[in-house]
Write a protein of this length. Structure first.
Lengths: 351, 608
């Protein structure tokens, strides 16, 4: 059996959201990933975010490439259409799909091999074009399905499970995304649900390209003591730039931060991101500061997490293309075909 | 002292070939096109072909115009009048000129040509333009218009047509009309005052172009995509397909902009590469919008992985392949039909694709629109396979037609209402009707029904991942069934039978038509009759097999080295190699009637 449907029975008193749905209604098939895989925690966080935001699953499209991470969309949102495409090419599928219908929420799930190596070209161009989507990289620094080769995000000198050190420096997808103009860039850790869920919620409500680079340890190949992408290493070196909370449209902000300055960012749909700054100098709307901070923390051996950068004004691809508000996939013959009279005029111009 | 002429000058009315030899990037193409259009306006069948280098500026470039009163518009392969404007290529231009032919050159720098059997026409074009224009750019540019003016007198053409064309061309830049007419008259006046005219080659008005237009296949295919309801064009620049995407945009800008909001009812995205272009087109089609990409051979190679996904996951997509010379980067600006197998079997694993093979720009328009219906109906990639010759050159074809009662065939799509009524569980790959084609849904169609997971991995009827070999084999067999259904939906071949019985058959396709029909007529006059079949699509239908069955020998005429269509016929129909006689031409120029006739003539006696 290669596909396991989850049993539909659940506790009758499970909490329901505004749509009357429980968290279980947002689940997918049973995961075939390794027990303890960070990716499963991310799927759970996506489910939480959808539940909290009262998202209608059928208005979501889940897209992925190839690899362990790309299997994940099967494990959440059963009622959404999904598209598991080819290795590294999910961004182009997302680009075409979002041009066809701007009304859906596009969740792309990729991995470090899928995005930072084979799909680097598509990754950067989807950002440049500001495709309106949430792009999640489940980053474990290794090729899991092919059994433990280094990926392009693996840290230099970090050894694999056989003790061989990686001779090449890593690609930092967040820095790259900020440089290319992604309008929402965050980094988080699969094991930090408190930070992750609000960041995912913010990404879903954001208009434009939202990158979530989520360190997601590979328990089988890259969770050993010397790995810089292990649970222990990340827990030890995680340097959160701020405490993030997401405030959905219409909900009051509960001031639960005792110290530090709190900054609010208004998202496209009227909802808010509330950021409690741990470091007073950090301003996530400053791209240069974001780039420097990512780099500095990295130099200190730390991993900067949290909402690194946000720009709520950048136009997305659909807007840039000046396409009509009605989704292009709903147009009919009458709207699309110029008809025989126009063709006569064209003929006249060609003789 | 006038030299005594020792040869017969060519004399012909409305039947000759002019070849312009220019320097690439010198602005000659538009002047040459002006000339071709003038011939067209005189009602005379004409076929202009741009023979250009892969270069922006400096290399030699040619523009060959065949004029033929009988309407034979394939390439002829010989030149009667050479307009030699490029000293770099003088040797070649002089050499290929027919005996008794005419050579017009810029005699601002006089020279002798070694042949004594041609007429040399000297016009000091550069000097004349230097005298008349002050701006350096104008001097260079208007030299081209000046030789067109000279030709108009030498060939006895109607001057009014040129005036008319120039005013039309510059309708929006009126200040350019006057200098263009001035340049035209510089050439005209020089001939009128200094040279004997007309020469032996002349043009006289006919009425052969009533109901005809002059259009390139790429522009026609782009227009066809607008008519066929394409909303998303994803493309990457590559010669010779670029003007197809541009053609789509040109007409979309005209017909697909909402008057009230000024917003577009289309989107055109220039991708970062061909992989992305096909990915976008697949993503859009998966989401229910008609989308296409246009490319050439190297692009097909790059798109292959994605094409396998679209085949296996059953996502419609239209791919235009404007073929050029291969393999590899090959001859990017020359024509061939060498992607037949690459398209038919694109991608790894057992894959087969539908191909439409238009013969001219009119069919480019029709097959383009048809491709979107077929792709949706069959839920699979559909290739429209054209080539550089018909794609980039303007061809004389019948006016384009559209039936307003025609409806888009979106195929088997379950919308909200259909899903609502559905009692059984939706299975994306469940062959309900037995024709191999299953029902699909668009994302967002229904809150609780119809969602499925599209994947390139092996899957069961409900689109669930399965490693069960039998389930996968059943699915693969269904795709064969679907391909069989495709053979019933694609256009039938065009069969032209001779009156004579037991003659050999000929199979040909695409841009070969013009040369093939001319060769057929040439051979008929010699007593060699042929039955013709023009294949318009793959998969082949019963008519194709029937035609082959009924002939002892069938020539397969095509523009590639390896007889790719012949291979395809052998592979798909189990036809014996002896029965199909390969007749190939692959030098990058459009195929010529003389060549086809010669090759058939050589082998036909075997039968008699």
């Amino acid at each position: 059996m290669t596909y396991i449907q989850k049993p539909i029975n659940h506790h009758p008193n499970l909490k329901k959201n505004k749509l009357g749905l429980t968290r279980r209604d947002y689940e997918g098939a049973v995961s075939s990933l390794c027990a303890g895989c960070g990716h499963d925690s991310i799927s759970a966080a996506i489910i939480d975010a959808c539940f909290e935001l009262n998202i209608e699953a059928y208005k979501v499209a889940k897209l992925s490439g190839i690899g362990c991470s790309s299997k994940a969309p099967a494990y959440f949102l059963n009622d959404s259409h999904g598209f598991n495409s080819v290795h590294g090419r999910m961004p182009s599928i997302a680009t075409g799909a979002s041009c066809a219908n701007d009304d859906l929420l596009y969740i792309g799930v990729s991995g470090d091999g899928d995005s930072a190596s084979i799909g680097m070209g598509q990754f950067v161009h989807a950002i440049r074009r500001q495709v309106d989507m949430t792009y999640i990289v489940e980053n474990n620094g290794t090729y899991g399905l092919t059994k433990g080769q280094f990926s392009a995000t693996n840290d230099k000198d970090s050894p694999n499970k056989y003790g061989e050190e990686n001779p090449f420096p890593p690609v930092d997808l967040t820095a790259l995304a900020i440089q290319l103009g992604a309008s929402y860039v965050a980094r988080s850790f699969s094991g930090d649900r408190d930070q992750l869920v609000p960041l995912i919620m913010g990404a879903f409500q954001h208009k434009g390209f939202a990158l979530l680079d989520i360190i997601s340890p590979c328990v089988t190949f890259n969770n050993h003591d010397a790995s810089t992408k292990s649970y222990d290493h990340i827990r030890e070196h995680n340097d959160a730039l701020g405490k993030v909370d997401f405030v959905p449209l219409g909900r009051e902000i509960i001031a639960n931060y005792e110290e530090g300055e709190t900054v609010e960012v208004n998202l496209h749909d009227g909802s808010k991101m509330s950021l409690e700054k741990l470091d007073n100098s950090y301003d996530p709307t400053d791209a240069n500061l974001a780039l420097n901070t990512v780099r500095e923390k990295n130099d200190e051996g730390k991993v900067a997490t949290g909402l690194l950068y946000i720009d709520t004004k950048a136009p997305d691809l659909y807007e840039t293309l000046n396409a009509i508000d009605k989704p292009l996939n709903t147009l009919n013959e009458k709207e699309l075909c110029p008809g025989s009279d126009k063709l006569k005029t064209i003929n006249q111009g060609l003789n | 002292m006038e030299k005594l002429q020792t040869f017969d000058s060519l004399v012909s009315k409305n039947d000759f070939v002019i070849k312009f030899a220019n320097v690439n990037g010198s602005g000659s193409a538009s002047a040459n096109q002006l000339f071709a259009k003038a011939v067209f306006r005189m009602g005379i069948p004409v076929s202009p072909k741009n023979i250009f280098p892969s270069n922006i500026q400096g290399l030699p470039t040619w523009f060959e115009i065949r004029i033929n009163k009988d309407g034979y518009l394939g390439s002829k392969g010989s030149v009667d009048l050479s307009v030699a404007m490029n000293p770099q290529s003088y040797n070649q231009d002089v050499e290929e000129l027919n005996s008794g032919g005419y050579l017009l050159y810029d005699s601002s720098w006089k020279r002798n040509f070694y042949r004594d059997d041609i007429n040399v026409i000297e016009i000091p074009l550069t000097s004349l333009c230097v005298e008349s224009f002050t701006n350096a750019k104008q001097r260079a540019l208007f030299k081209n218009i000046a030789y067109v003016g000279a030709l108009s007198v030498l060939l006895d053409m109607e001057y009014e047509i040129f005036e008319e064309l120039i005013s039309e061309q510059f309708a929006s830049k009126k200040n350019l009309i006057e200098p263009n007419l001035k340049a035209l008259n510089i050439g005209r006046d020089y001939v009128l005052n200094n040279l004997p005219y007309p020469i032996g080659l002349t043009l006289e008005r006919m009425d052969k172009n009533d109901g005809k237009i002059l259009i390139s296949g790429n522009e026609a295919a782009g227009l066809g995509a607008v008519y066929g309801g394409a909303t998303i064009c994803a493309w990457y620049p590559i010669t010779p397909s670029t003007s197809l995407a541009e053609g789509f945009e040109k007409y979309a800008k005209k017909f697909r902009v909402d008057e009230k909001t000024g917003k577009n009812l289309y989107a055109s995205v220039q991708a970062e590469d061909e992989l992305s272009a096909i990915g976008m087109a697949i993503g859009a089609n998966w989401n229910g919008a008609r989308s296409f990409t246009a490319t050439s051979g190297p692009g097909i190679s790059l798109m292959s992985e994605f094409l396998g996904l679209a085949y296996f996951a059953e996502v419609p997509v239209v791919v235009f392949d404007v073929q050029r010379g291969g393999p590899s980067t090959g001859m990017p600006t020359k024509t061939q039909q060498s992607d037949i197998l690459a398209c038919a079997y694109a991608s790894h694993g057992d894959t087969k694709h539908v191909m439409l093979l238009p013969e001219d720009p009119k069919e480019c328009f029709e097959f383009s629109a048809m491709a979107f219906d077929l792709a949706d109906r069959l839920q699979t990639p559909v290739f429209v396979v054209t080539d550089l010759d018909m794609g980039m050159n303007d061809w004389v074809v019948d006016e384009l037609e559209w039936d307003d009662s025609r409806k888009f065939d979106r195929g088997k799509v379950l919308d909200f209402e259909a899903l609502e009524k559905m009692e059984e569980k939706f299975g994306r790959y469940h062959d309900v009707d037995g024709d191999g084609i299953c029902y699909r849904t668009y994302p967002g169609a229904h809150p609780s029904k119809g969602a499925y997971f599209t994947r390139g991995t092996s899957h069961d009827e409900y689109a669930r991942y399965s490693e069960d070999g039998e389930i996968n084999a059943t699915n693969l067999r269904r795709l064969v069934q679907k391909f069989k259904t495709a053979s019933e939906l694609v256009p039938d071949p065009e069969i032209i039978l001779s009156d004579k019985k037991n003659c050999s058959g000929v199979i040909y396709y695409g841009s070969t038509s013009a040369a093939m029909l001319e060769a057929r007529d040439m051979l008929k006059e010699e007593g060699i009759e042929l039955d013709l079949m023009r294949v318009k699509a793959f998969p082949f239908n019963l008519d194709v097999w029937d035609f082959i069955e009924k002939h002892d020998y069938v020539y397969v005429v095509e523009q590639n080295r390896d007889s790719q269509m012949r291979t395809l016929l052998m592979a798909e129909g189990g036809i014996s190699a002896e029965k199909l006689r390969s007749l190939v031409w692959f030098n990058g120029q459009p195929i010529e009637a003389n060549f086809i006739a010669k090759k058939i003539r050589e082998r036909e006696p075997e039968k008699i």
